[in-house]
Write a protein that binds this ligand. Structure first.
Ligand SMILES: [Zn+2]
Ligand SMILES: [Zn+2]
Length: 141
């Protein structure tokens, strides 16, 4: 068992994860693009493995999910799906993105014209395919 510790830009919010997964995903949906400042990445972490301390604020960005940030410095912390027992933690909270590797880009066909994420093992999932596999989604996460 390992414990990964991370924090926001100002250090007011700290996170601790038991056995941090080594894979991360990126999303180019319109909500993630705006919230993440260009692209949003996340490491899927079970709530049971996560401890968060500090001034966390949440915004209900859709019917499906909340987005959380540090109320002092504004760093994005995580996306939490309603009724789900996992959150998608921002990799930037950890040194070297927690050592995690980019394995999935969703809404891949919606990437901005100006950049394109690369990675050795990246699977790209289009908006159409992602929503077909996740029928509860109709527009964006
Ligand atoms: Zn902060
Ligand atoms: Zn998204």
């Amino acid at each position: 068992m390992s414990v990964a510790r991370g924090h926001c830009l100002c250090g007011a919010v700290t996170v601790q994860v038991t056995d941090l997964p080594d894979e991360l995903s990126a999303c180019h949906c319109a909500l993630c693009t705006r919230w993440g400042g260009g692209v949003q990445m996340g490491i899927e972490v079970p709530l049971s493995a996560l401890t968060v301390a500090g001034p966390v604020k949440r915004h209900r960005s859709s019917e499906l999910a909340d987005r959380a940030w540090c109320d002092t410095c504004g760093s994005s912390l995580f996306l939490a799906g309603h009724g789900e027992d996992v959150v998608w933690l921002s990799p930037g909270l950890f040194e070297n993105a927690g050592g995690a590797e980019l394995v999935s880009v969703v809404y891949a066909d919606r990437h901005p014209d100006g950049f394109w994420l690369e990675g050795a093992r990246v699977e790209r999932v289009s908006q159409q395919d992602y929503e077909a596999d996740n029928p509860h989604l109709n527009e964006e996460c």
